[in-house]
Ligand binder design. Sequence first.
Ligand SMILES: [Zn+2]
Length: 249
Amino acid sequence: MKCKLCLQERKICKSHIIPEFLYKQGYDENGQMYVLKKANFKPKNLQHNQDVYEKLLCAECDGKLLNEKYEKYFHKLWYLDKTLPTITTSAFLEIPNLDYAPFKLFHLSILWRASISSLAPFAMVSLGDEQEERIRQMLLNGDPGQPNDYQIFGALFLSRGTNKVLDGFIAAPTRQEYQGLQIYQFIFGGCAWHYVIGDQSIEDFLPVSLSASGSLRLRVRDIGNLASINRFFIEDVSQMHFPIKRKSK
Ligand SMILES: [Zn+2]
């Protein structure tokens, strides 16, 4: 069988679409994982072993590449180094010193795996051959591209009516359109992550997007306010008073 990443004929192992460490806080007392449907937050139990694995990649690509190079970076940053707080009263979480390449490629690896996956929770994610191939090469070559390639921005979630960061929720990804561009929303690691498909960035979201220097500004939101991207960000961005650079015509 051909590995979907290196395209070599190799023994294919079972891969996670969303890395396992992100699920660990989402298990209930029976060891089952909660997967939330879209934004309505009615948890739907999925059998862990049935639904989150798929035979996609060879052991080399799954373990040595995606895990060693990208997932371990995010795991250390987010959980071991406690970049993800447990409590916050700020309106934004400022992360000034990310390592741009592994942070970006970690996110792209999830987006790409979700797109090539045939599992039901990822049914909404379909990037098409051209984008899938572009990201495949970026992952394989360790090339994170420019910030406008698959612009990334996100929001940190708090449990309803509290200052406690809500980690452990994994939601089925959704797709939205904004200014003619496709945006996918994934929920994991205490955040809703947004990925703009293609090489055009949305200027309105630049102040909160991952920059080439490795800074990211996550809006902190109450989970009760999870809604479409328009409500999610437009109000916030309009209240931020950042100088947003416009392209000169
Ligand atoms: Zn491979």
